[in-house]
Design a protein around this ligand. Structure first.
Ligand SMILES: C[S@@+](CC[C@H](N)C(=O)[O-])C[C@H]1O[C@@H](n2cnc3c(N)ncnc32)[C@H](O)[C@@H]1O
Length: 225
């Protein structure tokens, strides 16, 4: 029997994790060297792949940080906006298995239970309940891997009162657009930038073929003094 042909899609996904690993290392070191305090906050955690990389890289950089995993653990919600649509996204999560499956995955990945907090539910329910003052209040790196425009709007609204100079904001799906519109995470971010002129978002490192990241800076620090 001959070996099956390699699946090019699987190779792309494997490369993506390598790229995210590289990004996470650069971010972990930059945040450590620049003495930026705070937690790692992730929107879209099911699968535990990015959480594993974050856990390992912050440890290797000598600055373990508490990890926050915000997810329904039941899959993407129904689309509510045209900018939610993407040929690759499917709502619902047959097979995600809820948060217990996520805990089992984290166990397999070697992430101790006390290293992370899973916030279970759809963002429209969980994030407003935490408001502007609920934990996590100090964020060093926010990693958005929630694919959809509406989900990204909700995550960014949660982050808005938690923005601080020097933190990093990363988007896993920034370069995932639709055939007839600016879509998804990028669309939500462009609106967010326009609504927050007090902050400057300087392009930082590429996350993978589909993502990128920004350092948050105080806009009033950019002019010569
Ligand atoms: C691409 S997956 C995350 C993959 C994960 N980062 C990994 O590396 O394995 C996207 C996740 O975002 C979650 N998600 C998207 N929008 C959401 C929302 N509005 N509320 C809760 N979870 C959401 C979905 O449940 C899904 O599990």
């Amino acid at each position: 029997m001959t070996d099956p042909e390699p699946n090019p899609l699987l190779a792309t996904i494997a490369k993506k994790i390598d790229d995210i690993d590289r990004f996470m290392w650069d971010a972990a070191v930059a945040l450590a060297v620049n003495a930026i305090s705070g937690d790692y906050v992730e929107f879209g955690s099911w699968g535990g792949n990015t959480l594993r990389v974050a856990h390992e890289r912050f440890r290797h950089a000598g600055t373990p940080r508490h990890l926050w995993a915000f997810d329904s653990f039941e899959g993407l919600p129904e689309a509510t906006d045209p900018r939610d649509h993407h040929p690759g996204w499917r709502s619902g999560g047959a097979g995600q298995g809820g948060v217990e499956a996520f805990h089992a995955t984290c166990d397999d990945h070697g992430i101790p239970r006390d290293a992370y907090t899973a916030v279970v539910g759809y963002y429209d329910d969980t994030l407003p309940a935490l408001g502007a003052t609920g934990a996590p209040t100090d964020v060093a790196l926010a990693y958005l891997d929630c694919n959809m425009y509406s989900s990204t709007v909700a995550a960014l609204a949660f982050l808005s009162p938690r923005l601080k100079h020097g933190m990093v904001l990363a988007f896993d799906d920034y370069w995932c657009w639709s055939a007839d519109d600016v879509a998804g995470e990028r669309s939500a971010f462009l609106e967010f930038v326009a609504a927050h002129p007090q902050w400057h978002f300087e392009r930082f490192k590429e996350v993978n073929w589909g993502g990128t990241s920004f350092v948050v800076e105080r806009a009033d620090r950019l002019t010569p003094r």
